[in-house]
Design a protein around this ligand. Structure first.
Ligand SMILES: [Fe+2]
Length: 168
């Protein structure tokens, strides 16, 4: 059996430095008692070559200012490892970028697979009004690295403007 799974919780206060509107994030933290932003449930599979790790992640809906809730995003510590995501519930975007500045994105939808190639950092964004829930699978030795994300962010952000999802 693979239970129990490790739960990783990110609260709004863990997201300081990631959103464009820092004041709006502080208001969210204060007004809603530092709500859970997203959480992942990681398989207890050993983190070693040949294993396949998997996790379920739940990213709550909402906006910081007019920017949709998102995960921090990460590279893999072993950069030449990819990952597959399967949308289970909700709507959103997978933002992907390389250290060289390329940026692409793909829509999440229930039942739809998204492939993150090796070398690409990846961040989920919830553009819907319900939790964005996905399953991910990745090599056991991939690891996580925040690399330049805290300092550089992603080249694009995802906003709600005039009721529309805008990547800008
Ligand atoms: Fe990953």
């Amino acid at each position: 059996m693979l239970d129990p799974h490790a739960q990783i919780v990110r609260r709004a206060s863990d997201m300081r430095g990631y959103y464009a509107d820092e004041q709006a994030l502080e208001q969210l933290i204060t007004a809603h008692d530092d709500p859970i932003h997203y959480e992942t449930f990681e398989s207890p599979v050993p983190e070693e070559y040949g294993q396949v790790k998997f996790c379920i992640s739940r990213l709550y809906p909402g906006k910081v200012g007019d920017e949709y809730f998102m995960t921090k995003g990460h590279y893999h510590a072993v950069v030449e490892t990819g990952e597959a995501y399967l949308g289970l519930r909700g709507q959103g975007l997978m933002l992907m970028k390389t250290a060289e500045g390329a940026c692409q994105w793909e829509a999440f939808a229930p039942g739809k697979l998204i492939y993150v190639p090796p070398y690409w950092a990846h961040r989920s964004v919830n553009t819907g009004d319900e939790p964005l829930i996905s399953l991910c699978l990745y090599p056991g030795d991939a690891g996580h690295s925040y690399g330049d994300i805290k300092s550089e962010g992603f080249p694009r952000r995802v906003f709600q403007r005039n009721g529309q999802v805008v990547v800008s």
